[in-house]
Design a protein around this ligand. Structure first.
Ligand SMILES: *[C@@H]1O[C@H](CO)[C@@H](O)[C@H](O)[C@H]1NC(C)=O
Ligand SMILES: *[C@@H]1O[C@H](CO)[C@@H](O)[C@H](O)[C@H]1NC(C)=O
Ligand SMILES: *[C@@H]1O[C@H](CO)[C@@H](O)[C@H](O)[C@H]1NC(C)=O
Ligand SMILES: *[C@@H]1O[C@H](CO)[C@@H](O)[C@H](O)[C@H]1NC(C)=O
Ligand SMILES: *[C@@H]1O[C@H](CO)[C@@H](O)[C@H](O)[C@H]1NC(C)=O
Ligand SMILES: *[C@@H]1O[C@H](CO)[C@@H](O)[C@H](O)[C@H]1NC(C)=O
Length: 379
């Protein structure tokens, strides 16, 4: 070794030592999972049978359902929910019903004795109607219906009025439902099968997670937290993962080719839709009579990781429904969305994409690939 060390070899050494150091620091509380494709569990959550007591925060205890290989949280008053996804940096969690009838759970929803609350609460009113009451555009909640009755849930005042005046329908209950999206248009009726989206305020580990650190309880404390293991090199967690998993250079090569691939896909998708790929620069700047030469379109800057992370993320529910103007295909990779996939939306125009696809794009381009809206940089 020594003199004939290639740059490649020393890069690998640095990366190895980084990952070794990271795993040495996290010996005490290891991450855990309940099964394949299940969310990674770490502080403030804890799987009771796999992680010791000080590895979690009160109210965040989980268990594994061994038959279905799902991650389960038991909430006081409301019962068991499966954990569908966790965003540690945003301090958000997505829940659904293990028995496949979420609306039944929604009817008795009560988060008052839990650390959780809705990100977007929307008021839905349930009606119990006789089964001959059929109305165009209302979707009955199949799992609550019986031979002689049909149950609807609506958040539209118009439908509310019409149902409450109907002699065939009985008002059941109004509930604030923690929906995944803030619906700007009122929902006529919904089967309420999509994951519930909740956030927690304490413990505040989001900032620590975002910086790639490890959040945990202070020694001998039951509620004070500390942030350790923040990467000294300033390499963000996502980049460190990519580098360590793929052993450095191959990963970087893959990343570069992936970006090229994504670009060409987007180009061809544009070509298919509109015949040509719009120029990166708005025409106005070309008309402006500036004395200096036009900036090179290849140098258009993307957004930084913090801004991209600030855009809302969702985990797609089983029904794979998205708010308008989105359809079921990611405009970047042209693949259909699957349940449980993580999507990101651009707030200014509400266009959705696979989080992985749009993150790559936004690193290079500060505009929505569909409508070319330029998202405002977060303050
Ligand atoms: C496993 O899932 C199925 C449907 O997804 C459900 O009917 C069954 O009750 C679940 N089993 C347990 C033990 O939760
Ligand atoms: C929740 O699930 C656990 C097993 O994972 C079970 O012991 C408990 O009784 C369930 N609670 C409710 C309210 O169904
Ligand atoms: C929900 O909507 C119903 C009907 O519009 C209304 O009576 C009820 O007060 C609302 N509840 C809340 C919490 O806003
Ligand atoms: C609807 O009404 C029927 C009886 O007409 C009852 O058995 C059922 O539990 C009710 N469902 C709900 C969700 O209130
Ligand atoms: C449903 O309605 C039919 C006739 O309207 C009646 O004969 C039957 O007993 C009802 N079933 C229940 C469970 O109420
Ligand atoms: C934690 O408690 C142990 C014994 O219970 C004690 O030896 C140690 O000094 C305590 N550490 C702190 C930081 O208070």
């Amino acid at each position: 070794m020594g003199k004939n060390q290639t740059p490649l070899f020393s890069t690998v050494l640095i990366i190895l030592s980084l990952s070794l150091q990271a795993s040495a620091d996290s010996q005490i509380c290891r991450n855990a999972v309940c099964g394949q494709d299940e969310p990674l569990i770490r502080f403030p959550f804890r799987i009771r049978t796999l992680q010791p007591n000080p590895c979690g925060y009160p109210g965040f205890d989980l268990s594994c359902d061994p038959t279905n290989q799902t991650t389960v949280i038991e909430l006081p008053n409301t019962g068991n929910f499966t954990i569908r996804g966790i965003d540690y940096a945003e301090q958000e969690v997505w829940l659904n019903d293990p028995d496949g009838c979420l609306p039944k759970k929604i009817l008795s929803l009560d988060f008052s004795r839990t650390p959780f609350s809705g990100v977007y609460d929307q008021n839905f009113t349930f009606f119990n109607c006789s089964s001959d009451y059929i109305k165009y555009s209302l979707n009955p909640i199949a799992c609550l219906c019986g031979d002689n009755f049909t149950v609807f849930a609506t958040s539209s005042p118009r439908v509310y009025n019409s149902l409450s005046l109907s002699p065939s329908c009985r008002y059941v209950k109004s509930v604030a439902v923690p929906v995944q999206w803030p619906f700007f248009e009122q929902v006529l009726s919904s089967d309420l099968g999509d994951d519930l989206r909740l956030k927690w305020d304490t413990p505040r580990c989001g900032r620590c997670e975002f910086r790639g650190g490890r959040c945990g309880l202070k020694a001998n404390s039951t509620d004070e937290i500390e942030c350790t293991d923040i990467p000294r090199q300033g390499i963000p967690r996502a980049a460190r993962y990519a580098i360590t998993v793929g052993m450095g250079i191959p990963a970087l090569l893959c990343l570069i080719s992936l970006v090229c691939f994504v670009c060409s896909k987007v180009k061809s998708s544009y070509a298919r839709r509109w015949g040509s790929f719009p120029a990166n620069l708005p025409t106005i700047s070309q008309q402006a009579s500036m004395p200096e030469p036009l900036p090179n379109p290849r140098l258009v800057m993307g957004l930084n990781g913090a801004v991209i992370e600030s855009y809302p993320k969702i985990v797609l529910g089983e029904s794979r429904r998205l708010p308008k103007p989105n359809d079921s295909t990611c405009p970047i990779c042209l693949l259909d969305y699957q349940a449980k996939e993580t999507l990101r939306t651009i707030p200014e125009c509400n266009h959705c994409f696979h989080a992985a696809c749009i993150d790559e794009w936004l690193h290079l381009n500060a505009s929505c690939p569909v409508c070319r809206n330029r998202p405002m940089p977060a303050p």
